[in-house]
Design a protein around this ligand. Structure first.
Ligand code: RRO
Length: 314
């Protein structure tokens, strides 16, 4: 069996797989179930300072391949997830990654002040890309606000820190965001969050499939994989080598994980497919990835990480 030598934040991990924040990670029970699977760790549902019920239902839909959601950050509040990090048993080499998403800038500062005291938090994923909060535009698309928040949060924070990014599309966006990230002092990025403000329609009822935001929601699943790969690849080209990349978007099988790693991801997050298939997805995908590595005679993740090849011109 191939050996995993993925080094992430100084941890030598037995797996490259994580759940995507938002899926199977809102309660302590859901997180405890994930730890029993071959995962590198878990990512909790993005927490606000106080518990939040989220948007009205129906707010999630999938057809087994793609998903759309406008959940609106339903979560049990920061204190709940800090307590969960202490209470829920895990293997010593699995990570607890706390996802946080202050609903405004000030709240992010309050959240970070509170987290510092908790040794059980291995890393923080700061979500600056939630697409579904009415009247709250995606912070990571406003580069001056993005830079300001990063600077102030890094000054307070004492934990390994990553940023969950929205998808970007233009090379000038990758240039600007990478410049901000390279001087920020963060340790990793997670790319991508769902593609914002998509619309899926049910022909029979002639309505959108979800209710909030007039049906507009974040798109996930197989359709988003090419956008994810392009984001991983373009950040891998531009970011300092000490900033790791977690890839997230459109993983359905071991081949998809292989592609994420080829583009430069150290770890990957699984969202829609976890919602569709349940926690058993992790052992299936892990063994599919091993099979591909075996066929190609790759012994470690480092053998192919970031090593995308290009065709010669004819
Ligand atoms: O809860 C949500 O509506 C949500 C969040 Br916070 C996020 O980051 N991404 C997403 O697709 N949904």
């Amino acid at each position: 069996m191939p050996v995993f030598t993925t080094d992430f934040l100084g941890h030598c991990l037995q797996s490259v797989l994580l759940n995507a924040s938002g899926v199977h990670c809102t309660t302590a029970e859901q997180l405890s179930i994930l730890y029993k699977e071959p995962v590198a760790g878990v990512v909790s549902k993005s927490a606000t300072l106080e518990p939040k019920t989220g948007n009205p239902k129906p707010r999630y839909w999938d057809d087994g391949t793609i998903s759309i959601n406008a959940m609106g950050l339903p979560n049990n509040g920061l204190d709940y997830y800090l307590k969960t990090a202490i209470d829920v048993p895990k293997n010593s080499d699995q990570l607890f990654i706390l996802s946080v998403a202050g609903i405004d800038i000030e709240q992010n500062y309050d959240i970070f002040k509170k987290i510092n005291a908790f040794t059980e938090i291995d890393a923080i994923e700061l979500n600056l890309s939630c697409p579904n909060l009415p009247n709250h535009p995606i912070i990571a698309y406003n580069f001056s606000v993005f830079e300001k928040i990063l600077k102030e949060v890094v000054a307070i924070n004492k934990k390994p820190l990553g940023i969950k990014l929205p998808p970007y599309f233009e090379s000038h966006q990758f240039d600007t965001v990478s410049q901000i990230l390279n001087k920020s002092g963060i340790q990793f990025i997670s790319t991508i969050n769902s593609i914002p403000n998509a619309l899926i329609i049910d022909i029979e009822t002639e309505t959108p499939v979800i209710y909030p935001k007039k049906g507009l929601g974040g798109l996930g699943g197989s359709f988003v994989k090419p956008t994810t790969l392009a984001n991983i690849y373009q950040f891998h080209e531009r970011l300092n080598s000490d900033i790791s990349i977690i890839g997230c978007g459109g993983i359905q099988n071991g081949g998809d994980v292989f592609e994420h790693i080829l583009c430069g991801a150290s770890l990957v997050e699984i969202g829609t497919q976890l919602a569709v298939e349940g926690p058993a997805v992790f052992s299936r995908i892990q063994s599919e990835l091993f099979d591909i590595m075996k066929q190609k005679n790759y012994k470690t993740i480092a053998d192919f990480k970031g090593k995308l090849k290009f065709k010669e011109t004819i």
